[in-house]
Design a protein around this ligand. Structure first.
Ligand code: HEM
Length: 511
């Protein structure tokens, strides 16, 4: 080897050393940020190891925050923040999402709210949907009343009642998932076009195994994607037909029907030229399919953990039951069973959603379940803008860096939520200091914040409250089998055992 080639190799090695070790570890502005692991400043392998097999590495990130503060460096070009200032800068500030979202959440090769990158396109879509997902709209929605009446009295309670009478345990994880997707599909596509996975368990199994394969990137992903997209398109076509029919007054439950609320709102916001087109608009198809999938995934995790925690506390169930009986009318399952569990009958009315929403213990139970067991505990990544940003008034993060907050790290802050891993609904009711309560609310981040906050948040909270009220007005629950009830370290953190067997006992007998 000649002197010149040795010199050339040495220069190249020195440049590489500077580029990949010296600069990122000692000279980059990121070098001032504490490293989550001693290799994090120059090597991405630590986080890659933590993320192996689809994991999120959330416990390692949390531990790093506990030891090193509210901002930590996860890799040469990646940081995690867990502070109010961080949330304000990154999420309220509207930093862009990385391409990962588009790859993961696009349907029909067309973006939807979750996967949209362009802020203008995103703002237009939000405008089309904000109204029908707003709290005031949902709490006053006749469609939602009809949907809830049909699902609770026609589908859910007959099945639960049959199980409670027969003493057979119920897998609440499967029930919650079915309730979530049936509610969502009814609100999006109209009650007549909704799935009925509560009553049709075979349909449910088939649908949920496809959704799991799609969302968990199993090898069958491409074929399954086509099948799920075809299903979404069929729902859209049915919703489109429903919109074209003249509406008729509702006489009894067997003829119940509702608007395809979300589908209609999207159609109404299409430009005139596209409205006349009979083919389903791909943007509408992509958006509605995404909500359909969120409906299946969103409610099941938090609700299942909520029921698990309540099942360990009989006195709390008794308090909740008492509160639920103040509703007028209470959601009672006192109907005559007729042959098949899903048969039609004269139905009692539900209480108003405003009254349901105002119940303090119910609210605290749902809020605490969303705090300890949110559907996704994972980091929500963004990319810093070209000028970068300064976090906590101390740390400058340059442009083009992957930056994220994980709800797990916000909700497990011991200074804000003492004994943070414990499920204590009382903390939302018994805190006497308004400043501390306000602080808890500021750190509560189950639905994200800023322009990309969850559009379905008021919808899922309402569905969860209806569901908890329907069950705990009528039954007490106790655990039969809760094997592996810990939350998976994946983007969607379902219970690892994917089941929760509970015994339902009619409430009068046990309280
Ligand atoms: C308990 C259940 C749910 C939880 C905990 C939850 C949580 C979240 C979070 C944290 C985000 C923000 C993600 C980010 O910042 O990148 C989000 C976004 C979103 N969620 Fe939910 N979600 C739930 C259920 C639902 C449901 C049922 C829907 C159906 C409508 C839905 C629709 C969406 C959409 C469309 C976005 C994207 C919003 C945007 O980028 O503008 N979510 N959700």
């Amino acid at each position: 080897m000649t002197f010149l080639s040795v010199l050339a190799v040495s220069i190249i090695l020195a440049l590489l050393g500077y580029r990949y070790i010296i600069y990122p570890a000692f000279l980059s502005p990121l070098s001032k940020i504490p490293n989550a692991h001693f290799t994090a400043s120059f090597c991405p392998l630590w986080m890659r190891w933590n993320r192996r097999g689809g994991r999120e590495g959330i416990h390692s990130i949390y531990k790093a925050h506990q030891q090193k503060g509210s901002i930590v460096r996860l890799g040469p070009n990646e940081v995690s923040v867990a502070s109010i200032d961080g949330l304000r800068k990154v999420y309220v500030g509207g930093f862009e999402k990385p391409r990962w979202y588009a790859e993961q959440f696009m349907h029909y090769q067309t973006p939807n709210l979750v996967s949209m990158v362009s802020p203008k396109e995103h703002a237009e879509r939000r405008r089309a949907l904000s109204h029908v997902y707003s709290k005031s709209y949902l709490l006053n929605s006749k469609d939602m009343q009809v949907i809830a009446t049909a699902i609770i009295f026609e589908r859910l309670l007959p099945i639960l009642e049959a199980r409670a009478q027969g003493g057979a345990p119920v897998d609440l994880y499967q029930v919650n998932r079915a309730v979530g997707v049936d509610f969502m599909s009814a609100y999006v596509f109209g009650l007549r076009n909704s799935t009925n996975t509560i009553c049709d368990a075979t349909l449910g199994q088939e649908l949920f195994s496809k959704i799991d394969a799609l969302l968990r990137n199993l090898s069958s992903g491409q074929k399954v994607r086509q099948e799920v997209e075809a299903l979404g398109l069929r729902h859209c076509q049915a919703a489109s037909l429903l919109l074209q029919q003249p509406s008729s007054p509702q006489k009894d439950l067997s003829h119940l029907s509702t608007e395809p609320v979300v589908f209609a709102s999207l159609q109404n916001h299409l430009p005139k030229s596209q409205k006349a087109n009979l083919a389903i608009n791909p943007g509408v198809a992509s958006e509605t399919l995404d909500h359909f999938l969120a409906g299946s995934e969103g409610t099941k995790t938090t609700l299942t953990f909520l029921q698990w925690e309540l099942s360990k506390r009989l006195p709390l169930q008794a308090r909740l039951h008492k509160e639920l009986f103040t509703l007028n009318p209470p959601i009672k399952a006192d109907f005559r069973m007729q042959g098949n569990a899903c048969g039609h009958r004269e139905s009692p009315l539900l209480p108003s959603f405003q009254a349901l929403d105002a119940l303090p213990l119910l609210d605290a139970v749902v809020q605490e379940s969303l705090r300890v067991y949110p559907a996704s505990q994972a980091p929500q990544p963004r990319v810093t803008p070209p000028g970068g940003c300064t976090i906590d008034q101390r740390f400058h993060v340059p442009g083009g860096v992957r930056i994220s907050t994980a709800v797990f790290c916000m909700h497990r802050n011991e200074d804000v939520f003492p004994d943070s891993a414990s499920w204590k609904p009382e903390r939302w009711m018994e805190e006497q200091d308004p400043a501390r309560l306000e602080e808890m609310r500021r750190w509560f981040w189950a639905f994200g914040s800023g322009p990309r906050t969850c559009i379905g948040r008021h919808f899922v909270v309402l569905v969860m409250k209806i569901m908890v009220a329907a069950i705990y007005t009528n039954y007490t629950t106790s655990i039969v089998d809760d094997e592996r009830m810990e939350q998976a370290d994946t983007f969607l953190g379902h219970p690892v055992g994917e089941k929760l067997m509970l015994k339902l006992s009619p409430v009068q007998k046990s309280l």
